[in-house]
Write a protein that binds this ligand. Structure first.
Ligand code: FAD
Ligand code: DHB
Length: 401
C-alpha cells in the first residue's frame, strides 16, 4: 500500500506530535508514524518542567487549556546545600518569566487527543520504519502496519524519533559531526502518592550525592536521587530511597513527607549533539539530534523549540515555496541547543557528587553554589537559562562548526 503526504513525521513524542499540530494549523498535511502503542507513549514518565516559551507555544498551538487549568506555575526554585535552603526568585530576576510544572505525559496526552479529534493520521505500533530516497530527493518511508507492508511518499521527513531512533543513523556518517559526554552518575526517579513537601522544586547538593524534590500535582510528588550508572533498581527498596531522600534533602526546620511509591526507574545521563540537523529532505528535531543530562529540565523544552523553528520553515516552504527557513533551520536550533547543553552541564556538575573528584573539586562546587545564591548577577544568569531564553535571544548568534 502506498500513500503520499507533505511531511512524514517519525515518532510521536513531544517533538513529533507538536510538529504535527503546528503544521495542521497552517493547513500542511502530515502523517505521524510511531513504533510504540498509545498506552506506552502516554505512560512514559519523563520531564515535568515547561519553560515560559514552551507554555506559550502550547497555548498558541491550541493545546494549552488543560495545562493552564491543572499545571502549577512556579516563579522560582530552591538550591539546598550545607543543610540550608536558598530561594532563587526567578520571576523577579527575569522580568516576570516563570516555569509550569506539568508532566510530559500530560503534554503528550493533550497532543494525541487534539490530533485524533481532528481525525488526523497518527499510526501507533508501526514496525520496521526506514527512510529511503534522500539522495534522489524522492523521500519515501517504508514501514509495516497491521501486518501489511506500506510506503509513505513525502516531500519532507521529520526525524522526531528520539535518541535511539532510525532517522539519525540514515544520514551518512561523514555528513554528521557528533559531540558527546558521559557522566559518572545516573538518576533514580520515583513518582509518589504524597503531597509535595515544598511549594517549589528543591535541587540539593549533599555529601551523599544529588537529590531533587519535584512534583506533578498538589497530591503527587516526583523525586530523584543520584545513583551510580551501573546501579540497578532492584538494589533500591522504597525504604532505602526515602532514607536517602530524607538525608540528602535535609534542611534546618523542614520535614520531607514520604508516601507510597507508584513508579521507579533509573535514567542514565549523557550529553550529545549531532550536527547539522538537516540532511537533504530529512530534518532532525528533539532527542533525535541532541540530548542533555536532566538537571535543569531542558530536554523537552529543546524539542519544543526545535519544532517551533521547523514548523515556521515548513510553512515558508509549502506556502511561499522558499527553502530559506529549511536552510537556516540547523544553525538557528544549534545556537539554542548549545546554550542548553552548557546550562545542563553547568547545573549537573555544580550539583552532583563525582566520587573520583577530590576535596578541591568539592570546594569549587560549594563556592559556585554560594555565588549563585548570594550574587544577584549570578542568580539572574541561572534564572534566565532555567525559565528559558526566548527564540529571539538564541537566534541572535549563529554557531560555527
Ligand atoms: P522522545 O520523547 O524520545 O520521542 C521519540 C518517539 O519516537 C518515541 O515515542 C519513540 O517511541 C518513537 N520512535 C523511536 N524509534 C522509532 C522508530 N524507529 N519508528 C517510529 N517511532 C520511533 N527531560 C527533562 O527535561 N527532564 C527529565 O526529567 C527527563 N527525564 C527523562 C527520562 C528518560 C528515561 C528519558 C529517555 C528522557 C528524559 N528527559 C527528561 C528528556 C525528555 O523527556 C526528552 O528530551 C523528550 O522526550 C524529547 O522529546 P522527543 O519527542 O524529541 O523524543
Ligand atoms: C523534573 C525533572 C528535571 O530534570 C528537573 O530538572 C526538574 C524536574 C521532573 O521530572 O519533575
Amino acid at each position: 500500500m502506498s500513500e503520499r503526504t507533505q511531511v512524514a513525521i517519525i515518532g510521536a513524542g513531544p517533538a513529533g506530535l507538536l510538529l504535527g499540530q503546528l503544521l495542521h494549523r497552517h493547513g500542511i498535511d502530515a502523517v505521524i508514524l510511531e513504533a510504540r502503542s498509545r498506552e506506552y507513549v502516554e505512560a512514559r514518565i519523563r520531564a515535568g518542567v515547561l519553560e515560559q516559551g514552551t507554555m506559550e507555544v502550547l497555548r498558541e498551538a491550541g493545546v494549552g487549556e488543560r495545562m493552564d487549568k491543572e499545571g502549577l506555575v512556579h516563579g522560582g526554585i530552591y538550591l539546598c546545600f550545607d543543610h540550608t535552603r536558598h530561594h532563587i526568585a526567578m520571576r523577579e530576576l527575569t522580568d516576570g518569566r516563570a516555569v509550569m510544572i506539568y508532566g510530559q505525559t500530560e503534554v503528550v496526552k493533550d497532543l494525541i487527543v487534539a490530533r485524533l479529534e481532528e481525525g488526523l493520521p497518527l499510526l501507533f505500533e508501526c514496525q520496521d520504519v526506514s527512510v529511503h530516497g534522500l539522495n534522489e530527493d524522492d523521500p519515501v518511508v517504508h514501514y509495516r502496519y497491521d501486518g501489511s507492508e506500506r510506503e509513505l511518499r513525502c516531500d519532507i521527513v521529520a526525524g522526531c524519533d528520539g535518541f535511539h531512533g532510525v532517522c539519525r543513523p540514515t544520514i551518512p556518517e561523514a555528513e554528521l559531526t557528533v559531540w558527546s559526554r558521559e557522566y559518572p552518575y545516573a538518576w533514580l526517579g520515583i513518582l509518589a502518592d504524597v503531597a509535595p513537601s515544598t511549594d517549589e522544586l528543591i535541587y540539593a547538593y549533599s555529601d551523599r550525592g544529588f537529590a531533587l524534590h519535584s512534583m506533578r500535582s498538589l497530591t503527587r510528588s516526583r523525586l530523584y536521587v543520584q545513583v551510580d550508572p551501573e546501579d540497578e533498581i532492584e538494589n533500591w527498596s522504597d525504604d532505602r530511597i526515602w532514607s536517602e531522600l530524607h538525608q540528602r534533602l535535609a534542611s534546618d526546620g523542614w520535614e520531607l513527607n514520604d508516601g507510597p511509591v507508584l513508579e521507579k526507574g533509573i535514567t542514565p545521563m549523557r550529553s550529545f549533539v549531532a550536527a547539522p540537523m538537516r540532511y537533504r529532505s530529512l530534518l532532525l528535531a528533539g532527542d533525535a539530534a541532541h540530548i542533555v543530562p536532566p538537571t535543569g529540565a531542558k530536554g523537552l523544552n529543546l524539542a519544543v523549540a526545535d519544532v517551533t523553528v521547523l514548523a515556521d520553515a515548513l510553512v515558508t516552504r509549502f506556502t511561499v515555496g522558499s527553502d530559506t527557513g529549511l536552510e537556516e533551520y540547523s544553525d538557528r536550533c544549534l545556537t539554542r541547543v548549545w546554550r542548553a547543553q552548557h546550562f545542563s552541564w553547568f547545573m549537573t556538575t555544580m550539583l552532583h557528587l563525582d566520587r573520583s573528584d577530590d576535596d578541591y573539586g568539592r570546594q569549587l562546587q560549594r563556592s559556585q553554589l554560594r555565588y549563585v545564591t548570594t550574587s544577584t548577577a549570578a542568580a539572574r544568569s541561572l534564572s534566565e537559562n532555567y525559565v528559558g531564553l526566548t527564540l529571539e535571544q538564541t537566534a541572535r548568534a549563529t554557531v560555527s562548526r
